[in-house]
Design a protein around this ligand. Sequence first.
Ligand code: ATP
Ligand code: MG
Length: 313
Amino acid sequence: MSHDVACVGLTILDVLGRPVERIPDGGNVDFIDEIRLTVAGTAAGTAIDCAKLGLKTLAVGAVGEDEKGDFVVDTYRRFGVETWAVKRTKDAPTSATILNVRPNGDRPALHVRGASDHMWIDDKDVPPICDGQFVHMGGTGLLNRFDGPPTAAFLAKAKAAGCTVTFDLIAPTPNTMDIVGPCLPHIDYFMPSMEEAEIISGRSDPAEIAAFFRDAGATTCIFKWGAKGSYLSTPDGHERVPAQRFDVTDTTGCGDAYCAGFIAGLKQGWEPVKACRLGTAAAGLVSTGLGSDAGIIDLDHTIEVMESYPLLD
Ligand SMILES: Nc1ncnc2c1ncn2[C@@H]1O[C@H](COP(=O)(O)OP(=O)(O)OP(=O)(O)O)[C@@H](O)[C@H]1O
Ligand SMILES: [Mg+2]
């Protein structure tokens, strides 16, 4: 196999600053502690974290022919992520977000949708993209051209090629089932946040939410649940996997890191619940610093954290 995991979808340059208490009056300036640039988004953030966790990672997405796209590609290369499947498009700028992280961790965001809406995969690229153990599809909801039938067709091919398919989404509405529904039969691990899963299903009880998506075809559901941890529903049963205690600075990208840790756990040959615990540790580490790539050092350190940090209730 040419890689362990292909992370496909939303690719964003994040510009983050903290702490931001307010936009200064008029054209004035306020001074803050920290500003960072990171490669983020439901696919790209996971790709960076997968690489940090030692997985041979292929990034699949679209960026513009601009300075932001250069930064994304350079950063991938620095982390050892394979970039041949990151397309450069003239049609749009690289998708980007300005995140103003408040002292309480809230992060009001300003987003340009950009190139991720133009992402596509050429037929000839499908076999090499699927030449790995995992396909992680991330960012359904903000991939205008690829959302819905093209994503479902791609995931069907990934399954046919023998890949394990993990899936995360973003920006759901009550109509999101229109685009997610056709994908669910091709998904092994459906991994939105609990809040997102509630919005899409229109249900509020975790077991009923999971039943909704499993009835629609997803084999296993994992709902990321903030400080409550996560909720795992497999064909054999369900359980809450508690979060761990960290000094939380900024939770940007925690969900993406959770997916990376989970995939790295499966790669170890672990059962889903233990892989969820590695996802929990990876997500917690990301919460300790500013930006979606903070905190994680490598696989051994993340396993150590998984085994030693106390659980939240
Ligand atoms: N305050 C916290 N303390 C410890 N762990 C946390 C905290 N908040 C989040 N986490 C961990 O991060 C994981 C993902 O967070 P969350 O549920 O917010 O996902 P998400 O909404 O998909 O995030 P994202 O904004 O990155 O898309 C949780 O499942 C949990 O393990
Ligand atoms: Mg998320």
